[in-house]
Design a protein around this ligand. Structure first.
Ligand SMILES: Nc1ncnc2c1ncn2[C@@H]1O[C@H](COP(=O)(O)OP(=O)(O)OP(=O)(O)O)[C@@H](O)[C@H]1O
Ligand SMILES: [Mg+2]
Length: 302
């Protein structure tokens, strides 16, 4: 990626991928086990999925952001659309789902430091109209919220490049996707790859081996984050915070990192910006609803 393509403080981000209805159960006394019932302390129903959460944090940082997702219909539309419309994310590249399609839901359960997820996907990850939107010239950067979306639509990176965009990619845990043997070419084609530590371990990423994408950023929870490139590895520790709900921390991190990277900041500062957004996310319940204006790092260039 050349510095010339990096777009300063105003370039619009297009974030593509599935929008889920997150049912987040909190305050579980323990994780459920077979044959037993567990009662949660609370439940929140929020729009989720990496594409939306990253877009919402990008917008809260003051950078314009659009979402390219299929919008839910029926019951789940009523639950999610008001929150989506209240976010600062532009929804004009989204398309409605047919009423006949199952809803896309993630059930998230949190007990102490343990988390478990159960997800239902339905329909295509990329909405009709995505290609035309890319060609409109409105966007500087494409973020792909899940590696599974790129596996489903491998043309995404080529289309983004043809429109002059830089590209980032979150991994997001998906056993079947991570077991594939054709991931190397897909991951190498983006500018920034952003797995968490478990995903990085699964893919065999280490700070001493050549990174799978030119800039590979591993999110390490309370430990912070590390960026690996041909120039070597750079780590930045996280600031200690009180964890309320870690849902979406990685997606929030992506937003801070991408915003700073697009502004041309050095990688250490991009990691600081990512850590800040990740820390913000773990101190609030749910993905990205009702975000305040977030502090940005000053925009001096590298
Ligand atoms: N306990 C914590 N204290 C401070 N910062 C944290 C904590 N947990 C996460 N973060 C910040 O958030 C970033 C992302 O968190 P994490 O590594 O858990 O990502 P993730 O597993 O991809 O999250 P998710 O997939 O749930 O969105 C970390 O790199 C760190 O900057
Ligand atoms: Mg993640």
């Amino acid at each position: 990626m050349t510095q010339a393509l990096r777009s300063g403080r105003s370039g619009r981000v297009l974030s593509v991928g599935r929008l889920y209805c997150d049912l987040i159960f909190t305050g579980l006394p323990k994780m459920p086990t077979l044959g037993e019932e567990v009662f949660a302390g609370g439940l929140s129903v929020k729009p989720g999925g990496g594409a939306f959460i990253t877009a919402a944090y990008v917008a809260a940082l003051g950078r314009p952001a659009s979402l390219a997702s299929a919008l839910p219909s029926g019951l789940f539309a009523a639950a999610l659309i008001p929150d989506l419309e209240a976010s600062r994310v532009d929804l004009s590249v989204c398309a409605p789902s047919p009423d006949t399609l199952d809803p896309q839901i993630t059930v998230a359960m949190a007990s102490g430091n343990e988390r478990a997820f159960l997800t239902q996907r339905a329909g295509p990850a990329v909405p009709a109209g995505f290609e035309a939107a890319l060609a409109s010239g409105r966007f500087s950067h494409l973020h792909i919220g899940e590696l599974a979306t790129l596996v489903e639509e491998p043309s995404l990176v080529r289309l983004a490049r043809a429109a002059g965009l830089s590209v980032s990619l979150d991994c997001s845990w998906d056993e079947a996707v991570l077991a594939r043997d054709d991931l190397a070419g897909l991951i190498a084609s983006v500018d920034i790859f952003l797995p968490n530590e478990t995903e990085a371990d699964r893919l065999g990423i280490t700070a001493s081996a050549p990174p799978p994408a030119p800039l590979t950023v591993v999110k390490r929870g309370a430990e912070g984050s590390v960026a690996i490139s041909a120039e070597g590895a750079v780590s930045v520790k996280a600031r200690p915070v009180e964890v309320v709900d870690s849902t979406g921390a990685g997606d929030a991190f992506n937003a801070g990192f991408i915003d700073a990277w697009l502004a041309g900041l050095p990688v250490e500062r991009c990691l600081q910006a990512g850590n800040r957004c990740g820390a913000e996310a773990v101190t609030r319940i749910g993905g990205a609803s009702d975000l305040p204006d977030l502090d940005r790092l000053p925009a001096e260039r590298a």
